[in-house]
Write a protein that binds this ligand. Sequence first.
Ligand code: XMP
Ligand code: MG
Length: 190
Amino acid sequence: RIGRRTVEAADMGGDLEKILLTAEQIDARLAQLAAQIDEEYRGRDLLLVGVLRGAVMTMADLSRKIRIPLEMDWMAVSSYGSGTKSSGVVRILKDLDTDIQGRNVLIVEDIIDSGLTLSWLRSNLLSRGPESVRIATTLRKPEAAKVAIDVDYVGFDIPNEFVVGYGLDYAERYRHLPFVGTLAPHVYGG
Ligand code: XMP
Ligand code: MG
């Protein structure tokens, strides 16, 4: 296709061990989720709430496939915890600009790991009196779940491995990859 130019695994100089999901697979799955969202929210108001920074890719791609009217807002949260482990104690770094009272909120996430961050975020948003709060995520790691959390729209269930790409980083790198992959051990000192 004319003008198509995206970063590839080969550009990462051997940093990636394997590709878990290709850009094409993600695109096709998000199209299915968008169709489902169109159907289930038709005639209602819809506010997408993206969780910075990982959800940027999911928000951009999913929202462009949704045909019903919608609004977007963003939150940034940080989970207190050691390194890559989330603790469930969450701090809001950037709150919504929107009053969500009476609104249908759909939280847009990149990945659900332990579920602690999202479980906290959902109850925080529910306390603001919205009409509904649902969750959409590109990735979920079922084996890592520490709390049961109802996720309405899941792209892919993946193994409990650390993944990068499609918004997800290791030390802020790899977010721009259009696919999801695992890192080669030499990158994280393994
Ligand atoms: P919890 O455990 O609360 O955490 O569901 C969700 C957040 O943890 C980050 N996370 C990852 N980031 N590769 C990443 O780059 C991963 O495999 C991974 N697993 C969890 C991410 O910020 C997510 O929002
Ligand atoms: Mg995140």
